[in-house]
Design a protein around this ligand. Structure first.
Ligand SMILES: Cc1ncc(COP(=O)(O)O)c(C=O)c1O
Length: 420
């Protein structure tokens, strides 16, 4: 329970804001001065080459957003109206909406506690229930690689392809290999809140020359090779701008530096919360190195004060020695700092409430009962709906690379105070 009033930060402490270095301006200016103010130009060529090399794929196609990249991935996967597609559940809706753009029907796979990503056990169960599924869309939450080997093995056993949403995990590795290269198709984002940004932008990653050509064509209105505008296929205006690509080009040399800053933020929180009934978002410390895009905490179940959420509001009852994400959000906001609840699971979203959801017991249903899942347990005695449990108890901390050490120390103090 919060017992003190803190003087608010003079400037807003953000969750994750851009950090510019100067080179971005130089490349944007170059686009301007050479008049390549378009969706072709040197900046695009350079970032496609650099990212493909960095991630270890043959081709990277620059697109207007990560969502556009995911949409192109769904088209490459050949999703047809009515096709069921297995999707990560604890993620941003941009991971799954592109499935629906193509008429597909997301079936959500529950989350595991080890990395807060898709649970391979639940995925196996899902194939028992829906053996016809041929596409899996998997995200790496907050920059933490999921259980890639298990998911790839299950996909191979069922002849399914994996679309890897690495929007949040650029620069993270699993067994020394970059995320974005594990799926049959990979997608990344340069949204303003990401580890490096173009202010917007995204990329589709593939080893297939044919797929690269398809995406370049579809994303530029699907023009055929003819002197006039000739179209055999449906096209999209999804190509990245050479100006935006200039920003990305200027940011790219700073990726490792940003990762180091995010890692330092994570470690300071971990140290600062010692003795509190919370843990930080976990990762597979043997096999993976996350980029720590967002630092999060999760409150021990018995240190949660009562909290209730409906579709738009949340309330809580303060208790000594306990807290909840709603209190943390409100107290930080009053101090002029921005934290956020964990992504609300997709199966609990009004738009996807009628979709399938599969947990490790194979528990599948069309109607979300998210509001009573707190009380429902699986065969192993743990919450039946792990994604919802993480949403209920978890919280994204300010992880801004522009935040000073002093500001972070104050954030830590404010949070510690909530558990007084
Ligand atoms: C997991 C995830 N997938 C997809 C996206 C979509 O990327 P964009 O905003 O570039 O469309 C985002 C972020 O915005 C994301 O966090």
């Amino acid at each position: 329970m919060n017992t003190k009033n803190f003087t608010p930060f003079e400037r807003r402490v953000w969750l994750a804001s851009p950090l510019m270095h100067g080179e971005e301006l130089q490349y944007m200016k170059e686009a301007y001065e050479t008049n390549w103010m378009s969706t072709v130009g040197q900046n695009i060529n350079e970032i496609e080459k650099t990212i493909a090399e960095k991630i270890g794929v043959k081709y990277a196609v620059g697109l207007s957003t990560g969502t556009a990249a995911l949409h192109m991935a769904m088209k490459l996967a050949g999703i047809k109206p009515g096709d069921k597609v297995f999707c990560s559940d604890l993620t941003f809706d941009a991971t799954v909406n592109p499935v629906v753009y193509e008429g597909g029907v997301p079936v959500f796979i529950d989350t595991e506690y080890d990395t807060w990503n898709m649970d391979p056990v639940a995925l196996e169960k899902a194939f028992e229930l829906y053996p016809e599924v041929r596409v899996i869309v998997v995200a790496h939450l907050y920059g933490t690689p999921g259980k890639i080997d298990e998911i790839k093995r299950i996909a191979a056993e069922h002849d399914a392809i994996v679309i890897e949403d690495a929007a949040e995990s650029l620069g993270s590795t699993y067994k020394g290999i970059q995320t974005g290269s594990f799926g049959n198709i990979g997608c990344i984002s340069f949204n303003g809140n990401k580890i490096i940004t173009g202010s917007a932008g995204g990329m589709l990653l593939t080893d297939s020359y044919h797929e690269m050509c398809k995406v370049r064509k579809w994303s530029t209105q699907a023009r055929d090779d003819a002197p006039w505008y000739q179209h055999e296929e449906l096209g999209y205006n999804y190509r990245i701008s050479n100006v935006i690509a200039g920003v990305v080009r200027g940011q790219l040399p700073h990726l490792e530096e940003h990762i180091a800053m995010k890692t330092a933020i994570y470690n300071r929180y971990k140290e600062g919360f010692k003795g509190l009934p919370v843990s930080m978002n976990p990762w597979d410390e043997v096999n993976s190195v996350p980029n720590h895009w967002l630092s999060c905490l999760i409150i021990d179940p018995d240190a949660m004060c009562p909290q209730a959420r409906d579709d738009h509001k949340a309330v809580y009852r303060p208790e000594y020695g306990k807290s909840c994400p709603t209190e943390l959000f409100e107290v930080l906001d009053r101090a002029n700092a921005l934290g956020r609840p964990i992504w609300k699971p997709m199966h609990a979203q009004p738009i996807y409430r009628m979709n399938g959801f599969v947990n490790r017991d194979g528990w599948a249903r069309g109607l979300s009962d998210a509001y009573i899942t707190g009380g429902l347990v699986g065969k192993d005695g743990k919450p039946a709906d792990i994604g919802y449990d993480i949403f209920a108890r978890g919280f994204c901390l300010p992880t801004d690379v522009n935040m000073t050490v002093e500001e972070q120390e104050k954030v830590i103090e404010i949070i510690r105070n909530c558990f007084e």
